[in-house]
Write a protein that binds this ligand. Structure first.
Ligand SMILES: [Zn+2]
Ligand SMILES: [Zn+2]
Length: 213
């Protein structure tokens, strides 16, 4: 799978990734915080068939670009069932009060749960439910490439906040335990800040060292 990061034009937005199954040109965008020329031009340049918008959770900084991709590009919107209402309600997505333009309401097309897999061309994307930051937070895992898109669950050296309305410390700790218990190493692409590896986070992550072990 080819993996690109799309740099959106505002620092408030989360890391946005484009993954492309090179055998077929089928593609998915992960966490489009905004819909603008940067995304449109990248999709055109890569000449892909955009199949999915994969959401790690429903916060506005990850989902405000979903409407355009669903309505203009025909991509199917994928989110965990527990975060589906975030797409409909700017209070649940935290857009209200944090961002001047509340996102347009979006109905999810595919609700995923732990253990589900999605086919992207000839590649497979595994869904791991990792509640804690929100109740419907997930990680998307590419086993063949040894890659985890960790959303706002696992960050380089730390973990996502648990103090929002549907967050939970206990669930976050359980989710991080599951992640670090995965076998072997993975490259980790988080929702904010820089990429890391699972092995590095097992040993050096401040939150995991203090709260999880
Ligand atoms: Zn975020
Ligand atoms: Zn978030």
């Amino acid at each position: 799978m080819k993996i690109l990061q799309i740099k959106l034009g505002h620092e408030i937005f989360a890391n946005c990734y484009l993954i492309i199954d090179e055998a077929t040109g089928d593609a998915a965008i992960i966490d489009p915080g905004w819909y603008d020329e940067t995304i449109i031009n990248t999709l055109a340049k890569e000449n892909v068939n955009l199949k999915y918008v994969l959401l790690t959770h429903g916060h506005f900084d990850h989902v405000s670009g979903v409407y355009g991709l669903q309505h203009e590009m025909g991509a199917k919107v994928v989110i965990h069932g527990c975060d589906r209402e975030h797409l409909l309600d700017p209070r649940k997505s935290l857009a209200e009060g944090n961002f001047p333009e509340p996102h347009q309401p979006v109905c999810a097309d595919i609700l995923v749960k732990d253990g589900d897999t999605l086919k992207l061309g000839e590649s497979e994307i595994k869904v791991m439910s990792t509640p804690g930051h929100t109740n419907g937070s997930v990680c998307y895992i590419l086993e063949d490439d040894r890659v985890i898109f960790s959303g706002d669950t696992l960050f380089c050296m730390t973990a996502g906040r648990t103090d929002f309305w549907d967050g939970s410390d206990e669930k976050m700790i359980a989710s991080l335990k599951r992640l670090i218990a995965l076998e072997g190493d993975y490259k980790v692409y988080p929702g904010h800040n820089r990429e890391t590896t699972l092995e590095r986070e097992r040993t050096r992550n401040w939150y995991i060292r203090r709260m999880v072990k």
